[in-house]
Write a protein that binds this ligand. Structure first.
Ligand code: PEP
Ligand code: MN
Length: 263
């Protein structure tokens, strides 16, 4: 179902009125984790002014250490919904547990499946029953074929609204958090008809890598960007080092829009 051979046209995924694909860019911005109402509202309103069209924020966080901040949970989701009411931005947040399928289906505009759950096949099958579009991140060391097959699990179970998200893969390099695989953009767009967006924040792990990699991703044909933006990165509870301040995000979007025009 994801195969380009049986579906030559690029797909457009509608995220609560925001179109993604075929020239429509998903400009997803927001903090790694929801930390408070004030934090999310401030970031969301600034990001919207800059041109973001979707708001991200983790409520349930897949942290490597069980002692790290695990997210605000359902309280975090409530804050995202409030930010949506205030700004009008549809929300993107990660689903980790099947226990929250109904709640996410009701409240979340674009359900994110994180790298660590890309091959959680039972969860993928259950996403097929939902009405909401899915943002499927690439697994930490997933091949293109494995990633596409995970999209296929969701689609074969009944939900064809899938957006792929390249977020960097594990390589021998340890200077950067991951290695952004820019080649995945043209390859996935050749093999599938699904929109492909890029998350340069989790790829590089450093805020100053976000701008050059975001520009390169758009130049390579990406259908959007997911960027971590924080009003006070130094005190962020998660991923501050890779988060842009709102002012930098504003500058980034201005440049990215210029590049998108000539693509
Ligand atoms: C995230 O986007 O917050 C996240 C945890 O990303 P990934 O699953 O790509 O590590
Ligand atoms: Mn993060």
């Amino acid at each position: 179902l994801a195969n380009r051979a049986f579906h030559p046209e690029d797909s457009v995924v509608d995220v609560s009125g925001v179109k993604v694909g075929r020239g429509h860019l998903a400009l997803i911005a927001g903090p790694c984790s929801v930390e408070s109402e004030e934090q999310v509202l401030e970031i969301a309103s600034k990001a919207k002014e800059s041109g973001a069209n979707l708001l991200r924020g983790g409520a349930f966080k897949p942290r490597t250490s069980p002692y790290s901040f695990q997210g605000m949970g359902l309280d975090g989701l409530r804050i995202l919904c409030e930010a949506k009411e205030t700004t009008g931005l549809p929300i993107v947040t990660e689903l980790m547990s099947p226990d929250h399928l109904d709640c996410f289906n009701e409240k979340v505009d674009l359900i994110q499946i994180g790298a660590r759950n890309m091959q959680n096949f039972d969860l993928l099958k259950q996403l097929g029953q939902l009405d909401r579009p899915i943002l499927l991140k690439r697994g930490l060391n997933a091949t293109y074929e494995e990633w596409i097959m995970s999209a296929e699990y969701i689609m074969a179970s009944g939900n064809e609204n899938v957006i792929l998200c390249e977020r960097g893969i594990r390589t021998f390099e340890t200077y950067t958090r991951n290695t952004l695989d820019l080649q995945s953009i043209p390859v996935l767009r050749k093999l599938t008809h699904l929109p492909v967006v890029v998350d340069p924040s989790h790829a590089g792990g450093k805020w100053w890598l976000v701008e050059p990699m975001a520009k390169a991703a758009i130049a390579a044909g990406a259908d959007g960007l997911m960027v971590e933006v924080h009003n006070d990165p130094e005190s962020a509870l998660c991923d501050g080092a890779q988060s842009l301040k709102p002012q930098k995000y504003d500058e980034l979007l201005r440049e990215v829009t210029q590049i998108a025009k000539v693509i």
